[in-house]
Ligand binder design. Structure first.
Ligand code: FAD
Length: 187
């Protein structure tokens, strides 16, 4: 996630950041291994539920058009779970947040993609690199936010914490009312 303000150029900034940060060998960037096996996906929620979501034609996308998307639909239980979580999050029911018309699912942990994650190398000064990445240049409003430079790598929460930290540090946002005061956002 790279929020940019006027006057910043993403490609120039990214080249400048790359030139200044420690190299891949010190940041612990995942290294590709030739012929390595991929991580089997967690299938607990899908176990025994092979049925796919049934697309619902709309005024803009008719049944014939949707037919070719039939094989890429998400498993039905996955769609149901996602909608249940979205409704719970917003405290609303199916009347206010109706189900989708169509879904799309791709399991990126399967070959030829494989799973991927970030990890800090043991020699990296994590505290300082994290702070540095949230604003690499004092004269630019360029902020590198995400799980990669968090202290909860491999988790969405790492990305959220870095984004929250950046907003408070550089845009003066107050601590959110919905977030426990003792919550640890990382360095
Ligand atoms: C197989 C797998 C399972 C996971 N399971 C879980 C889990 O159960 N729970 C959990 O909390 N976390 C899980 N994670 C980790 C979680 O997905 C990541 O931590 C999270 O998505 C990181 O969010 P992010 O915003 O930092 O980066 P991303 O979600 O990776 O977002 C970065 C975005 O930038 C885009 N992008 C990249 N380069 C460019 C460019 N040059 N120009 C424009 N766009 C670009 C990418 O396409 C991408 O959309 C899993 C990860 C994997 C791979």
């Amino acid at each position: 996630m790279l929020p940019l303000e006027a006057g910043s150029s993403a490609s120039t900034a990214s080249a400048r950041v790359e030139a200044r940060i420690p190299t891949a060998s010190t940041t612990g960037a995942p290294k590709e291994k030739a012929g390595s096996s991929t991580i089997p996906p967690s299938r607990a929620v899908l176990e025994g539920h092979p049925e796919l979501f049934e697309p619902r034609p709309t005024r803009l996308a008719g049944a014939a058009e949707l037919e070719r998307l039939r094989t890429v639909q998400a498993p039905r239980v996955m769609g149901d779970e996602a909608m249940q979580q979205v409704r719970e999050l917003h405290g609303m029911g199916p009347e206010e947040i109706p189900g989708p018309y169509v879904t799309w699912f791709k399991d990126r942990s399967q070959d030829p993609f494989g799973g991927g994650y970030h990890a800090w190398d043991a020699r990296v000064d994590v505290e300082n690199v994290m702070k540095f990445m949230r604003r690499p240049f004092a004269d630019e409003h360029v902020h590198v936010c995400g799980e990669a430079y968090s202290d909860q790598q491999g988790w969405v929460e790492g990305a959220f914490c870095v984004a929250e930290h950046m907003l408070q540090d550089w845009y003066g946002l107050a601590w959110p009312t919905w977030l426990n005061r003792d919550y640890y956002l990382g360095w």
